[in-house]
Design a protein around this ligand. Structure first.
Ligand code: FES
Length: 103
């Protein structure tokens, strides 16, 4: 078994999707995760801690929780675990968020 065979092939990037990040339109490759799309667009933080420290996606595999964003009104979504979709409304999270969506 070769090492390469242990990994899934990269997603097909045969199109683009558009989503918004804090209300700004962003183009992304179809098949990328939301975290990749945000990093490719801004390279900036996706959230801040309660003390205001900036955080950005780090592990890209659902472990560190540094990639939390609000997606379509739902807070605390791990951007590295979901594919970017056409029309999603994404917002950076600042400070603490509740565990449940109240909206
Ligand atoms: S980047 Fe680590 S959990 Fe998403």
């Amino acid at each position: 078994m070769s090492i390469a065979s242990r990994f899934l092939p990269p997603p097909k990037a045969d199109g683009t999707v558009c989503f918004t990040l804090d209300g700004e339109p962003v183009m992304a490759r179809d098949g990328d995760t939301l975290a990749v799309a945000i990093l490719a667009h801004t390279g900036a933080a996706t959230r801040t801690t309660a003390s205001g420290s900036p955080r950005a996606p780090y592990c890209m595999m659902g472990v560190c929780f540094e990639c939390l964003v609000e997606v379509d009104g739902r807070p605390n979504v791990q951007a590295c675990l979901i594919p970017v979709r056409e029309g999603m409304a994404v917002r950076r999270q600042d400070g603490l968020r509740g565990l449940r969506h109240d909206g």
